[in-house]
Write a protein that binds this ligand. Structure first.
Ligand code: ADP
Ligand code: ZN
Ligand code: ZN
Length: 688
C-alpha cells in the first residue's frame, strides 16, 4: 500500500509546436515517479519521436482515453528544470504571443533536443558531464590581462553605483568605446561572484565568435571560476556540455549571445548586457525575442540587478534612463588620454575619385602609412560589386526569386583559380555570370558600384607596398579566418584593414590612426526611422577604433550631406545631443519609444492573397480599443523574398497593456481565417 496517495497517470508535456499548450501522455508505472514537472521525456508524435518537457502531471485527462498515447521514455539522467525558469519562459511566451513549448524547447541545445536512439548505450548527459569545459584556443588578449587595473575615479563612481543595487535595478552604463566599461562590470561581476559560493553571473554579448579575446580575458581574470560559453558557433556537443554545466550550477560565469538569456541558471545573481543597442540581440526567426529586453524581465523576476552597457544606447534604454526608470551611470572620458579622433567630412562630388576614394582620403591613408601607422577602410557592402550591368541595354542582375539584385562575388585567391558568380544576399540563390547579356546579347557586361572585394583591389593598386587584409562575412565563413585577420592586425602585420561592420566591433588596434568611411549616405536617408540611430552607433563604433593607444587620429567620412546634424554630434562624440534630437523627432512623429508596435507579416504565392488576408484580419478588428491603431496592409519593403510575396500590417498603441490585451483576443481570431498564407506576429519589431 502506498503512503503517498495514487501516483500520477498522465503527464502534460510541452512540445515545440505552435498549437496547443500541452499534450497529454499516459505514464507507465515505473515512469510515474520520474516524470516530475521539469523532467525531460521522449514522446511519440505522429510517426516520429520528440523530446518534450513535463509541464505537470495529474490523474485525469480531458482527452478520450483511447486517444491518449503512451510516453516513450523519461530521460532520468537529465537535469529537472526549475519551476521559476518555466515561469519566466511563460512570461516570454505570453509577451511574444507564442506557446510555452515554442519558447522552451528551442531554448535547449540542439544536441539534447534530439531523441536518443532506441538502443543508445549510456546517457548523453553522463557523457556531457564528464567533458571539460575549457578551451585550449582561448589565450589572454594581452600579457597583463590577468591583473585587474585600479579603476579611475569615474569608473569607481560607476562601480559604487552598481554596488548600491540590492535586488532588481536596471543600470545603463554609458561611455564611449575605450572609456573602461568592460573593466567596471568585470570588477562588479567579480564582487558578485565572491559574495556567495553558489552565485552565477550572466554576461550577454553580441557576437562572441569574433571576440575570442573576450573569453581569453575572462579566463585570465576569473581564474578558478568555471566559465561556460554559449553561442551558436560552438560545435553541438561542446555547447551542450557548457549549457549543462551552467544549468547545474557548476559554471559560475556564463557568457553568451542572445540565446544564453533563455538558459536556466539556478544561482543567477547579476546580468550584464554588453553593447545593449546591438541588433543581434534580437532573434530574427522563430520566436522573435529581444534578449536585451528579456534580460531586464528576467532580472525583475529574479529580483537581481542588471547592467546595460553601450557607447550608443538604444533610444528605448536612453529614454528609460531619462525618465528615471533606469539608472544612468556615465564614463565621460577615454581611459587612455588619447584625444577623440578628428572628424573630416569629405564631399565626393566634383572630386577626382579613384576606386571610390577622394583625393583627401587617399592622402590621409598615405600619410598614416608613411608614419608607420594603420588605416581602416570601412564599407558596409560585401562582394565585388552590388550588381552586374549591361551598358548596351541597361540589363541588371536581378534575382529571380526576390525584389533584389544578385551581387557579383569573386571566389578563389590563395592559389585557387579566380571565378566570378552572382549571389542573392537575401535568398542565397546563386547563378553563373552570363557570358553575354541575357536581354540583348552584348558581351560587355560590367560591375556597377563597389563592394569590399573590389575596394580591396583598388587599395592594392593605390598602395602597392602596403600589407592589406580584408574582413567581412565572406572571409569569416572559413573557420578561424576572421580571428587570423584580427590577430595579424594586432601583431602589426597589417597596414590597411578593409571590410564591413565586422571591423567595427570590440577590436583594439594599437597603431590605428586613420579610419575611412567610404559611403555614409545610404544610412542617412532611409524609409526606416531607426536608420539614423543605427548609422550613428556604427560611426561611433568605427571612430572608436582609432587612436586608442593615444595616437593622434582622424576619421574621414565621405558624404554628400556633411551638414547633417548627426555629423556634428559625432564630431563632438556627443551621444546625448544626438539622442535628445532623435527623441524629440520621434515624439513629434509618434514613434517608438513613445509608441509600442507589433507587426503582422504574411507571405503567399501572390501579393494580392497576402494583402487580402491582412485585409480580412483587419476587418476582424472593426472596433479596436481607443488609442490602438491598425494601419492599412501594405507590401513589405522587400516585397518578394525567395519566391514568396510578402505584406505587413502595423499595429500601434501608446501603452503596452492595451496592445497586448488586444492581440490576445485578435490573434486567435486571425488563426481561424482561411487563406493560403503563412503569417506571424512580431512584437517590438526593429525593422518595419
Ligand atoms: P570599453 O569597454 O568602454 O570599450 P575597456 O574597459 O575595454 O573600455 O577599456 C579600454 C582599455 O583601457 C582596455 O585596454 C582596458 O584594459 C584599459 N583600461 C580600462 N580601465 C583601466 C584603468 N582603470 N587603468 C588602466 N587601463 C584601463
Ligand atoms: Zn544588354
Ligand atoms: Zn534572392
Amino acid at each position: 500500500m502506498s503512503a503517498v496517495g495514487p501516483s500520477p497517470v498522465y503527464a502534460r508535456v510541452l512540445l515545440d509546436l505552435p498549437v496547443g499548450e500541452v499534450f497529454d501522455y499516459r505514464l507507465g508505472v515505473d515512469q510515474a515517479l520520474l516524470a516530475v514537472p521539469g523532467a525531460w521525456v521522449v514522446v511519440p508524435w505522429g510517426n516520429a519521436q520528440r523530446v518534450g518537457l513535463v509541464a505537470s502531471v495529474g490523474s485525469s485527462t480531458e482527452l478520450a482515453e483511447e486517444r491518449v498515447r503512451e510516453l516513450t521514455q523519461v530521460l532520468a539522467d537529465a537535469p529537472v528544470l526549475p519551476a521559476d525558469w518555466f515561469d519566466f519562459l511563460a512570461f516570454v511566451a505570453s509577451y511574444y504571443h507564442r506557446t510555452l513549448g515554442e519558447v522552451a524547447l528551442p531554448a535547449l541545445p540542439k544536441r539534447l533536443r534530439t531523441p536518443p536512439a532506441p538502443r543508445a548505450r549510456g546517457s548523453v548527459f553522463a557523457r556531457l558531464r564528464r567533458r571539460p569545459i575549457g578551451h585550449e584556443a582561448d589565450r589572454p588578449a594581452t600579457a597583463r590581462a590577468g591583473a585587474a587595473d585600479a579603476l579611475n575615479p569615474h569608473q569607481q563612481a560607476a562601480l559604487d553605483g552598481l554596488r548600491e543595487a540590492t535586488g532588481f535595478r536596471v543600470s545603463l552604463l554609458h561611455g564611449v568605446t575605450g572609456s573602461g566599461k568592460t573593466e567596471v562590470y568585470l570588477h562588479w561581476l567579480a564582487e558578485v561572484l565572491a559574495g556567495r559560493p553558489d552565485a552565477q553571473a550572466l554576461l550577454l554579448v553580441p557576437e562572441i565568435g569574433l571576440t575570442p579575446q573576450l573569453t581569453g580575458l575572462l579566463r585570465a581574470r576569473f581564474a578558478g571560476v568555471p566559465l561556460a560559453v554559449l553561442h551558436s558557433e560552438l560545435p553541438d556537443a561542446e555547447r551542450a556540455a557548457h549549457w549543462l554545466a551552467a544549468v547545474e550550477g557548476r559554471a559560475r560565469l556564463v557568457v553568451g549571445t542572445r540565446l544564453a538569456v533563455l538558459t536556466p541558471l539556478p544561482g543567477l545573481a547579476a546580468i550584464v548586457v554588453d553593447e545593449e543597442h546591438d541588433a543581434s540581440f534580437k532573434q530574427q526567426e522563430g520566436v522573435r525575442y529581444s534578449a536585451r529586453d528579456m534580460a531586464v524581465a528576467l532580472a525583475a523576476r529574479r529580483d537581481i540587478p542588471v547592467v546595460l552597457g553601450s557607447a550608443t544606447p538604444s533610444l528605448e534604454s536612453w529614454r528609460a534612463a531619462q525618465t528615471g526608470r533606469y539608472r544612468l551611470l556615465s564614463l565621460p572620458d577615454r581611459v587612455h588620454a588619447g584625444a577623440w579622433p578628428r572628424l573630416r567630412r569629405i564631399d565626393p562630388r566634383r572630386q577626382a575619385m579613384v576606386h571610390g576614394l577622394a583625393p583627401d582620403t587617399r592622402q590621409a591613408i598615405s600619410d598614416a602609412l608613411a608614419r608607420g601607422e594603420q588605416a581602416l577602410v570601412f564599407m558596409n557592402r560585401r562582394g565585388f560589386a552590388p550588381v552586374l550591368h549591361c551598358e548596351a541595354c541597361g540589363w541588371l542582375s536581378a534575382c529571380e526569386h526576390c525584389a533584389a539584385f544578385r551581387v557579383l562575388h569573386r571566389d578563389g585567391g590563395g592559389g585557387a583559380p579566380t571565378r566570378y558568380r552572382l549571389q542573392c544576399h537575401h535568398c542565397g540563390g546563386q547563378s553563373r555570370v552570363p557570358r553575354a547579356c541575357p536581354a540583348c546579347g552584348n558581351v560587355d557586361l560590367g560591375p556597377l558600384g563597389r563592394g569590399t572585394q573590389r575596394l580591396e583591389d583598388g587599395l592594392r593598386e593605390l598602395y602597392p607596398q602596403a600589407r592589406i587584409a580584408r574582413l567581412d562575412r565572406d572571409v569569416a565563413r572559413h573557420r578561424g579566418a576572421a580571428g587570423e585577420v584580427i590577430a595579424a592586425a594586432h601583431r602589426g602585420e597589417v597596414d590597411i584593414l578593409v571590410g564591413t561592420q565586422m571591423l567595427a566591433k570590440g577590436h583594439d588596434f594599437q597603431r590605428l590612426s586613420c579610419v575611412v568611411v567610404v559611403d555614409a549616405d545610404s544610412g542617412l536617408f532611409s524609409a526606416d526611422f531607426r536608420a539614423p540611430e543605427r548609422l550613428f552607433a556604427l560611426l561611433m563604433q568605427v571612430a572608436g577604433r582609432a587612436g586608442r593607444a593615444g595616437l593622434a587620429s582622424e576619421v574621414l567620412i565621405q558624404t554628400r550631406f556633411g551638414q547633417h546634424p548627426l555629423f556634428d554630434a559625432l564630431a563632438r562624440h556627443d551621444f546625448a545631443a544626438f539622442a535628445d534630437a532623435q527623441l524629440a523627432e520621434r515624439h513629434q512623429a509618434g514613434l517608438p519609444p513613445f509608441m509600442h508596435q507589433a507587426l503582422m507579416r504574411v507571405e503567399a504565392r501572390q501579393l494580392d492573397t497576402a494583402l487580402a488576408f491582412l485585409g480580412q484580419a483587419r476587418e476582424l478588428a472593426a472596433h479596436p480599443p481607443a488609442g490602438l491603431t491598425l494601419f492599412d496592409p501594405v507590401p513589405m519593403p522587400m516585397a518578394r523574398l525567395a519566391g514568396r510575396e510578402r505584406a505587413q500590417l502595423l499595429l500601434e498603441a501608446p501603452a503596452r497593456a492595451p496592445l497586448h490585451a488586444f492581440l490576445r483576443e485578435w490573434l486567435p481570431a486571425v488563426a481561424g481565417l482561411k487563406g493560403a498564407v503563412r503569417w506571424q506576429i512580431e512584437i517590438d519589431p526593429l525593422e518595419i
